[in-house]
Design a protein around this ligand. Sequence first.
Ligand code: MG
Length: 252
Amino acid sequence: MARMTHATLIAAHRGGLFLWPENSALAFREAAGLALEQAECDVHMTADGEVVVMHDATLDRTTDATGPVAARTAAEFRQTRVRGTAGEAPPTLAEYLAILGASPVAPRIEIKGDGARRPYPGIVRRTLALLDAARQRERSWIIGFNAETMAEAQAAGGLAGVAWLVEIPTLTDLGLDAVIEVARARGFAEIGMHESVLDAALVGRLRAAGLGIGTWGANHEASIRRMLDLRVDIFASDDPPLAIRLRAERGG
Ligand code: MG
């Protein structure tokens, strides 16, 4: 049976951080075997220009090392160990793509800024080159909070989509009309907002503007059900198996 027009897709947030160490190869191997559509990761850039998978701009919280990712070479980054794994190195973007490559679960890559939230020079270009090398550009989403960075990805073309993530302060400062205007001017397919912000009125206004709607933060039963009721296009969840079960209960 064909999917409904607005069937809601599910992404494993950081690979599914309630279940596995976030952004680890272990998490992506597990997520790749689940009945969901995308596995979200976050990327930073090393001192020698490699794109690597980690949420924070520093190694401190999730590895056995300290300091900025940007201060390490890729080889040094690979010598660190992800907390909670059996001594695994944190993945490079190429490794993440290799893990997902054999599965129907598509990449959803959040491009982060450095510790001061400045864009890493060349990170979009390098990310796209890695997607091309893995032959996965056309099924991949690039997402992020920096509108300029997302505009660069959008202009490059060939992706499944680009989603601009809008933080609550940005929405408050700019207002929804200006957010929609920026998204339209840049050609973004999708706006991402935290689940707590979304209600039927906001979803209706984004839909009327022709924008797709992504969200994150839907990690527990009530918020997952709410996102399914609102028929957002995709939500990223820390608990992918729960999200899959709740979606299946209502027939997709
Ligand atoms: Mg993220």
